[in-house]
Write a protein that binds this ligand. Structure first.
Ligand code: GAR
Length: 203
């Protein structure tokens, strides 16, 4: 049985698309069973719809408290019985109930080399700092901001002529490849985490 992936998005969904495309090959070992978002009208949801994948939206503003939203998001994800929840450009922090329900099974991809430049503007922060190398990080989500145990990282150079857009585009090309490879290995081999050190091959 392929691993069941629920993917959460907030925007363009190119990382989601890379997973959908990879999952078209049965040997990949995982399938995207649902796509959730915190907003409507985004290309990420349209990509899921075009692929015939179930979608749901839970907007923070529709709930009285952040905890209520988190509980509603948790239920919506749980309905699809995920083996792994992939945050792929999901621009919200998931909360305590979410992490409790899916502990150790939520991964996030961040467009910087953690622990550098956490938050929602990784490429801009790397450019402003003047680093010569940056990249993307896939990690197991914990209660912090981009602080979880690192599953994989990939690097790209920062070019003299870069602006935020060109740098983020280069990062995203490398990021998609890393995400597809690592999520596939998680599905096929499993992971173990010991003292922050993540290894493939737990099953
Ligand atoms: C990706 O680069 C992802 O790492 C980043 O948003 C982009 C989404 O692209 N996420 C964050 O910055 C989260 N802190 P996509 O919608 O085309 O997959």
């Amino acid at each position: 049985m392929p691993s069941r992936l629920v993917v959460l998005v907030s925007g363009d969904g190119t990382n989601l698309q890379a997973l959908i495309d990879a999952a078209g090959d049965a040997a990949y070992g995982a399938e995207v069973v649902a796509v959730g978002a915190d907003r409507e009208g985004i290309e990420g949801l349209a990509r899921a719809e075009r692929a015939g994948i179930a979608t749901f939206v839970r907007k923070v503003g529709d709930y009285g408290t952040r905890a209520d939203w988190d509980a509603a998001l948790t239920e919506a994800v749980a309905e699809h019985r995920p083996d792994v929840v992939v945050l792929a450009g999901f621009m919200k922090l998931v909360g305590a109930s979410f992490l409790e329900r899916f502990e150790g099974r939520v991964v996030n991809t961040h467009p910087a080399l953690c622990p550098s430049f956490p938050g929602t503007s990784g490429p801009a922060d790397a450019l402003a700092y003047g680093v010569k190398v940056t990249g993307a990080t896939l990690f197991v989500v914990d209660a912090g901001v981009d602080t979880g145990a690192i599953i994989a990282q990939t690097t790209v150079p920062v070019e003299d002529a870069d602006d935020v857009e060109s740098l983020h585009a280069r990062i995203k090309t490398a990021e998609r490849a890393m995400l597809v490879e690592s999520v596939g290995r998680m599905a096929r081999e499993g992971i173990s985490v010991e003292n922050r050190r993540v290894r493939f091959g737990a099953r």
